[in-house]
Design a protein. Structure first.
Length: 402
């Protein structure tokens, strides 16, 4: 095994860049993560800093002191105040933003309220998140519409390739495009602004699934130009699990409702989403604290650092092996998906390998099988460092070879 670190002459080297004052395992104590594991799956479920967890505990205690007073008198204004913080960070106005449990829930809300008719078409891509694909199949079938999947290669060559393949699926019947900003399985950044422009020119409404974007890439929703944009703050922005976001353009708010209808369903867009019954709202009330934690950990510099280290780690893991990344450097953020072996015939093999990496090597990383390959996805967050990826490469070489 080659134990080299990134070259000192590499433009993406971070080991001596001083872009952040503290990083790697020395900051692991700021989180609740097990110190005896190497955590390489931030992209799936995030990690909550202790400061944000303390803020969530504070809200929980406040609610339990007087739940009636809280839900009736405190929550409505506080939700709108937190939505204002979202808008100041990601664009739009406070009343354009609502909170949801996750991006999948937001997408189901848009799909359930979108006026599809018999014979209409919805377009998405073959890189769409599995749960979203299931929702698209459900709602298109229910409305007697057609789901059209733009078949993108799993090894992407360029942004233009993605734009052209998606554009060629549009027809006169296409009414809605659902497209990822960062794909989940292949960890590829799509050129959503250009794709949205193509769709809007054809009179097609666009919903962007940006589940991985808040805290991962700079985001200005109005610049993208979509009709809807959804993301999760509980992945890369350090919010507690269950802090999802949905932005709806003012022109679409009158026809956009949550999938679950309740007391606010006849009172407009924000009221419909803000109250659909009793639930744990504390993740939403921690958005401001999570954003402050992200800024405290480096903010824009943190995003740059994570993206550079992910690229270095990706190149290191494929160096002198048969492994191959799903996309080039320009299409990668703080995650990278790498084809590490032919797809196993046993459907449970990826899960078995994931558990073996955790049990025998103390490494937490997701593995999936698709497109005739076994794929590994790595994530980079503040608490990761170069030695984590050296340990991962040694484990992969031992378990499946180069």
């Amino acid at each position: 095994m080659n134990n080299r670190s990134p070259s000192d002459n590499s433009p993406s080297t971070l080991k001596r860049s001083n872009i952040l004052e503290r990083e790697g395992r020395e900051v692991l104590g700021a989180f609740q993560l097990a110190p005896d594991l190497i955590h390489l799956n931030h992209g799936s479920f995030g990690a909550v800093p202790k400061s944000v967890a303390a803020e969530q505990d504070r809200w929980r205690a406040l609610i339990e002191r007087d739940a009636t007073g809280f839900f009736k008198d405190v929550l409505p204004d506080e939700l709108r105040r937190q939505a204002g913080s979202v808008a100041s960070r990601f664009g739009g106005k406070a009343n354009d933003w609502v909170f949801v449990e996750n991006a999948t829930q937001a997408i189901n809300g848009v799909l359930s309220s979108f006026p599809l008719r018999q014979g209409d078409e919805i377009v998405t891509t073959s890189h769409a998140y599995g749960a979203v694909m299931k929702a698209l199949l459900h709602w298109s079938t229910r409305r007697d519409a057609k789901l059209v999947v733009a078949d993108l290669p799993f090894f992407l060559e360029s942004d233009q390739q993605v734009i052209e393949i998606v554009r060629k699926t549009f027809t006169a019947r296409t009414k809605l495009l659902v497209v990822d900003h960062i794909t989940s399985s292949t960890a590829a950044i799509f050129p959503v602004k250009e794709i949205v422009a193509q769709a809007r020119a054809a009179g097609i409404a666009v919903l962007v699934d940006g589940a991985h974007v808040p805290g991962h890439l700079p985001l200005g929703v109005e610049e993208i130009g979509a009709d809807w944009y959804t993301g999760n703050a509980h992945k890369w922005l350090f919010a507690p699990k269950g802090c999802g976001l949905l932005w709806t353009s003012p022109a679409r708010q009158a026809v956009t409702s949550p999938a679950v209808l309740s007391w606010g369903s006849d009172q407009g867009y924000t009221a419909a989403f803000d109250w659909i019954g009793t639930r744990d709202v504390t993740p939403w009330l921690c958005f401001e604290a999570a954003a402050a934690a992200h800024d405290g950990f480096g903010g824009a510099d943190l995003m740059v650092r994570n993206r550079r280290l992910a690229n270095d780690a990706c190149l290191y893991l494929i160096e002198n092996t048969n492994r191959k990344p799903s996309s080039g450097m320009s299409q990668r953020g703080a995650m990278a998906a790498i084809a590490i072996a032919p797809a196993p015939t046993d459907a449970d093999a990826p899960a078995q390998l994931r558990r073996r990496l955790a049990r025998d090597y103390g490494i937490v990383a997701p593995l999936t099988a698709f497109a005739d390959r076994l794929w590994l996805r790595i994530s980079v967050q503040l608490y990761n460092e170069w030695s984590d990826y050296e340990a991962l490469r040694a484990a992969l070489d031992a378990v499946i070879g180069g």
